[in-house]
Write a protein that binds this ligand. Structure first.
Ligand code: HEM
Length: 495
């Protein structure tokens, strides 16, 4: 009896010791099978059997100010339009041919990647974007939401927003002009982000917030902390790292705080509606939380940064603004279409520095793409950053040249998509470009900017792409500019 008990005991110990080893062995065998299924697709050598290319994805610092997207760019140049990446038992591909962009982004059949978008629905266990327009995975539910929200971005409604845009940007101009003594250092990141936030709050929710004036903006601080938390998502181990605990807890707290703000805003709007007060077509909370203010703000900052290196382009921009806007304070909707060179500059900025570098789709079934069989259940990465910097699509791609977007120049289709393409493209594209144009036009109409030395021209890829430094500038009034003080016809609508 004792012998049996001791045998049983020993086999338990044996199992206890061998179980994890066996499980690990099975897992390695599974990883090996995954490698066999994908290894016909070109890609860089794996740094390790298990971790695959994880070290590239989680690496924080690269030499010469490179970002992860630059590594993808090098791979696209070396391995072609389809590149395999492995991380543990998962394989994904980066696709950079116009044909694949067309097929996968234009066709609603290809859904957003559930592995990635479910993570932003619930971030570290806190409901974040939930099932919002950006993160909804069910096509039918998304389509219903989008149909309603499209009304709020209709051209006629956007035209009626010119008054609000002029008013909020004028508030910003007053702050900047008061500091335009050629010496005071101004953090452009704070001023621009607060202004765009005030604008979004007013346009989307009818909420009056004057953060650009009083310098207080809890919303932006919360967003910043959430972005920092989101940037950690690249690293699957960050959740378990004691060093990151504090940041993850702060992210959770910021999400809760933001949801509370959202509830209060919606409550305010509901009451306004019940009291029969007037309000513009409604747009739900997620619009603002999702992509709105951060991306537009980054676009303006990246433009200011890049233009520091191109005085000739600035001169031409000023000439155009002088011709179209002159000295008037109120920019009208019809003026925006005439600012052709400014549009080209903004498009070129989005080519080299897209605030949203790309998007991800989910391939359900085995499919042949660019001559290679991609097994089903694979994430497909599309990067406008990478495609915008490939010589095969854009001649001399690293040169900032707004001429490539002039109407006469041929542009290859499906190689440039800073707002994504197809049904899931950005709903706020036209609104954001209206805001950005008014902002830029007013700044070039009246001010000269000088970046304070010691800052770099580097960029940071932390969920969205932005300048590495906060764009601290000194400002001067433009020589010989006199601005008329009367604001006429603020609606901007043609009479
Ligand atoms: C320069 C500014 C902006 C850029 C570069 C930008 C870029 C993008 C991109 C690339 C997507 C696709 C995301 C994906 O595939 O996951 C997107 C989607 C979206 N954007 Fe923007 N965006 C900007 C401004 C805005 C603004 C101002 C708003 C709101 C007012 C907004 C609201 C949205 C929404 C709701 C979606 C999801 C659309 C859908 O799936 O139906 N964006 N944006």
């Amino acid at each position: 009896m004792e012998l049996v008990a001791s045998c049983l005991w020993e086999s338990w110990i044996f199992l206890l010791l061998c179980g994890p080893l066996l499980a690990f062995g099975f897992y390695c065998a599974y990883v090996h099978v995954v490698h066999l299924r994908y290894d016909h697709i070109p890609g860089p050598p794996r740094a390790s059997f298990l971790f695959g290319h994880l070290s590239y994805i989680t690496r924080q610092k690269w030499d010469n100010g490179k970002i992860l997207q630059d590594v993808f760019l090098e791979w696209a140049k070396e391995y072609g339009p389809i590149v395999r990446i492995n991380v543990f038992h998962r394989a994904s591909v980066i696709l950079t041919s116009p044909e694949s962009v067309k097929v996968f982004l234009m066709n609603p059949e290809y859904k957003k990647d559930p592995l990635i978008y479910s993570k932003i629905q619930n971030l570290y266990g806190e409901r974040f974007l939930g099932r919002s327009l950006v993160s909804e995975l069910d096509h039918e539910l998304w389509r219903k939401q989008r149909r309603i929200l499209d009304l709020a971005f209709h051209r006629s409604y956007l035209m009626s927003l010119m008054g609000t845009i002029n008013e909020k940007v004028e508030q910003m101009m007053a702050i900047l002009e008061a500091k335009a003594d050629g010496q005071t250092e101004v953090c452009m990141q704070n001023v621009i982000c607060s202004t765009i936030y005030d604008l979004s709050a007013k346009i989307l929710f009818g909420m009056e917030s004057n953060s650009s004036v009083d310098g207080q903006n809890p919303f932006l601080l919360e967003i910043q902390s959430i972005m920092e938390g989101m940037a950690l998502m690249n690293n699957p181990f960050s959740r378990f790292s004691p060093g990151k605990r504090k940041l993850i807890n702060k992210t959770r707290e910021s999400i809760r705080c933001l949801r509370q703000m959202g509830k209060e805003w919606i409550q305010y709007r509901r009451e306004a509606f019940q009291n029969n007060q007037e309000f513009p077509p409604d747009v739900i909370m997620q619009l603002l939380k999702g992509a709105g203010s951060e991306t537009s703000c980054n676009q303006v900052l990246l433009t200011l940064m890049e233009l520091q290196r191109h005085p000739k382009i600035v001169e031409r921009l000023r000439a155009e603004v002088d011709e179209v806007i002159g000295t008037k304070k109120n920019i009208e909707y019809r003026d925006l279409g005439k600012l052709q060179y400014l549009s080209q500059v903004l498009k070129e900025v989005l080519r080299l520095y897209p605030p949203v570098t790309g998007t991800v789709r989910w391939l359900e079934k085995d499919t042949v793409v660019d001559g290679f069989l991609i097994p089903g259940c694979t994430s497909l990465f599309f990067s406008t950053y990478v495609m915008g910097r490939l010589e095969i699509y854009f001649e001399d791609p690293l040169t900032f040249n707004p001429e490539r977007f002039s109407p006469e120049v041929f542009k290859p289709n499906f190689t440039y998509f800073p707002f994504s393409l197809g049904p899931r493209s950005c709903i706020g594209q036209y609104l954001s470009q209206m805001e950005v144009k008014v902002l830029m036009a007013k700044m070039f109409q009246r001010l000269e900017f000088q970046m304070v030395p010691g800052q770099s021209f580097g960029i940071l890829d932390s969920v969205t792409l932005k300048p590495k430094d906060s764009m601290i500038c000194t400002l001067k009034p433009r020589e010989g500019r006199k601005i008329s003080l009367v604001m006429k016809d603020v609606s901007g609508l043609p009479s």
